[in-house]
Structure formats: C-alpha cells, structure tokens
Design a protein around this ligand. Sequence first.
Ligand SMILES: Nc1ncnc2c1ncn2[C@@H]1O[C@H](COP(=O)(O)OP(=O)(O)OP(=O)(O)O)[C@@H](O)[C@H]1O
Ligand SMILES: [Mg+2]
Length: 268
Amino acid sequence: MMESPTTPVRTPTAEMRPKIAVINLWKSFQGKEVLRGINLDIHPGESLVIVGGSGAGKSVFLKHLIGLIQPDRGHVIVDGEDLACADTGVCLAIRRKFGMSFQEGALFDSMNVFDNIAFPLRRHTRMSPGDVAARVRECLALVHLDGVEHKWVNELSGGMRRRVGFARAIALAPEILLFDEPNTGLDPITAAAIDRVIVEMRDNLPVTMVTITHDMKSAQRIADRIAMLRAGQILAVAPPDEFVRLSDRYIQSFLAGEPYPDNHEEVA
Ligand SMILES: Nc1ncnc2c1ncn2[C@@H]1O[C@H](COP(=O)(O)OP(=O)(O)OP(=O)(O)O)[C@@H](O)[C@H]1O
Ligand SMILES: [Mg+2]
C-alpha cells in the first residue's frame, strides 16, 4: 500500500540542490527557434508558475522537463541526473517522479472516473484491487470529488474533469507535478476553485510544482515564483509581489493585458 503523501515539506532555499536544473536549453522546429537558451533552477518544494504569450514555447518547455521532447542543445537535470545522459532504466525512474496534467490532456472517455485514476496504479504498481480502490478514493478526496468514481468522463463538467485529471496525476504520489494551463476554458469561479485545489496540493503534498498559465490572477494565487517566458527565453523570475512591480515594459503590458508592439510571434 502506498503511503498517503500528506507531510508538508515546503522548504525551498537557495542553498539546496535544484529539483530541476535547466541549463542553456535550445529547441527548433523546422528551423524556427522555439527555445533559445533557457536557464532556470526549480527549487525542491516550490510552486513555479510559467507565464507568457501564446506560442512563447511554454508547453514545449514543460515537455522537455519530463523528457517528452529532446533538446537540440542544453540539459535538463532532475535530482542531479541528466535526462539526456541517463540510460533507459534511469530515464524511466526519473519519468516516474513526474505527474502531469497536459494542456490537451484528455481523460480516457471510454473509462469511468475510477478506471481513469486507477490506470497508472494498475500499470505501474502491484497494488491489490483493494489498495487501488483505496488510493483512487484518497486521490478523489484530495481534489474534493468524493463519490464520482462511477461517473463517465462525458458526464463531468469542465472543472470536474480537470480535477479528475489532477487526481490521476497525483495517483502515483509523484515528486514533481506539471500542469499545463489547468484553468483554460473555465469560467472565473470554476478557475478560482481549481486554483484552490492546486494551492492545497502545493501546501499538503511533498511536491515540486510547475504550472503554466496565461492568467496572472491564477499565477499570483498559485506561485511561490513566477517566470516569464518570452520568445524562447526566461525574461524574469520573481516572487509574485516582486513580479508585478518589475519595470520591464513587456511584463507591464502583459500584466495589463495590453498588446505589445513587437510581440515575437509577429516578428518571428
Ligand atoms: N511538435 C512540434 N512540431 C513543430 N512545431 C511545434 C511543435 N510543438 C510546438 N511547436 C511550435 O512551437 C511554438 C511554441 O509552442 P508551444 O506549444 O510551446 O506554445 P505555448 O507557449 O504553450 O502556447 P499556448 O499558450 O498557445 O499553449 C509554436 O510556434 C508551435 O507551433
Ligand atoms: Mg501551451
């Protein structure tokens, strides 16, 4: 039986080894440079939020962290292990440290909620059916969705689907959680409720979290630090209260929701 991950270990300090170190990461697709030399340390136990315009490379960046996309140049180091150099066994072990809720990440429509969350447990552990059922219920309780095990995915609202996705992402008690736009397409009230679930996970689970969002309100609620990705580079990283005071004109336009004259998508 897997232990319930309930002990808060939120102790990010600069002296600690980064949970993830991203070093000079470059990636092009069909000659278009999407990531252009990203350097970023993600501290153990912190909640890092990445913001940036559409097409800035946020999802591509996140997929590098878990090794779903290989860089052209540069390194992703997880707990001191270089994803690029690790052999297959080590790579799998590193992959197992992650739970991810993808931007496009649909649940399995052909399964009910229970089977969606049980899927990684049945695939990657030897837990007994009773333990699987207990863990599924535990994960649903963590996202405040008790009693929906037998519903089909298409019976759920958008906000419930996201929460089932979170429950599936945390099922294997990952050390690192990646969320790609957990709020997109939800009304502001449901989006705020999703943020509360993320904040609870941040505070109650021993995880490092990286969340992508377009939504600055959401970023401020969730983040220990906010990083702005622009044109394939990290423009700034700062705690939320400092971030909103940064004088950079692009960041100020982004915060105000105003168009910026030389947005890289137009000049790329
Ligand atoms: N597999 C791929 N093949 C080719 N181009 C890709 C691929 N994945 C991403 N791109 C391109 O890389 C750029 C960055 O994409 P990415 O999905 O990371 O943007 P994003 O910042 O997540 O945007 P959004 O906020 O709209 O989700 C885009 O121009 C996209 O078309
Ligand atoms: Mg994206």
